[in-house]
Design a protein around this ligand. Structure first.
Ligand SMILES: N=c1c2ncn([C@@H]3O[C@H](COP(=O)(O)OP(=O)(O)OP(=O)(O)O)[C@@H](O)[C@H]3O)c2ncn1[C@@H]1O[C@H](COP(=O)(O)O)[C@@H](O)[C@H]1O
Length: 108
């Protein structure tokens, strides 16, 4: 069974960091910098994930995907969302083939 609880604990910490001092909290410092700075980190971590994958560097793929997930969670929290919202969307999509879903879309 996947330990999804760690994602919930980190998500709770990210919500608490809204009240934290940016000098002592990296997450709080990102909130203060705002959406553009958080999006920049997400983009950087996505690029680093791609580079690790192209290098077939398994240890670094895990490292960079963790950074990417973490900064994505910060982006969610900054918008008042959490990992629960993403898990709910995964549950909604569960069992729906991506191929069937695409076919069911309108042509416009
Ligand atoms: N999971 C993480 C986590 N992963 C990565 N990072 C930080 O993300 C930052 C950016 O990573 P980079 O590799 O891009 O480092 P960098 O190039 O020096 O970054 P920049 O200076 O360019 O921003 C680093 O400072 C990492 O330490 C994290 N910082 C915090 N957490 C979690 O968030 C919680 C709250 O953190 P604080 O708000 O700092 O207390 C922690 O208890 C952890 O659970």
């Amino acid at each position: 069974m996947i330990d999804i609880e760690v994602l919930r604990r980190v998500s709770d910490t990210l919500a608490e960091r809204k009240k934290a001092d940016p000098d002592s909290s990296y997450v709080s410092s990102l909130y203060v910098k705002g959406t553009d700075a958080i999006c920049k980190k997400v983009a950087e971590e996505a690029a680093e994930t791609i580079m690790a994958a192209k290098d077939k560097d398994l240890k670094h793929i895990v490292w960079e995907v963790t950074d990417l997930w973490f900064h994505s969670l910060v982006l969610l929290a900054h918008h008042g969302l959490s990992v629960e919202d993403v898990l709910a969307e995964f549950r909604r999509r569960e069992g729906i083939s991506g191929i069937d879903e695409k076919k069911s879309r309108g042509t416009t």
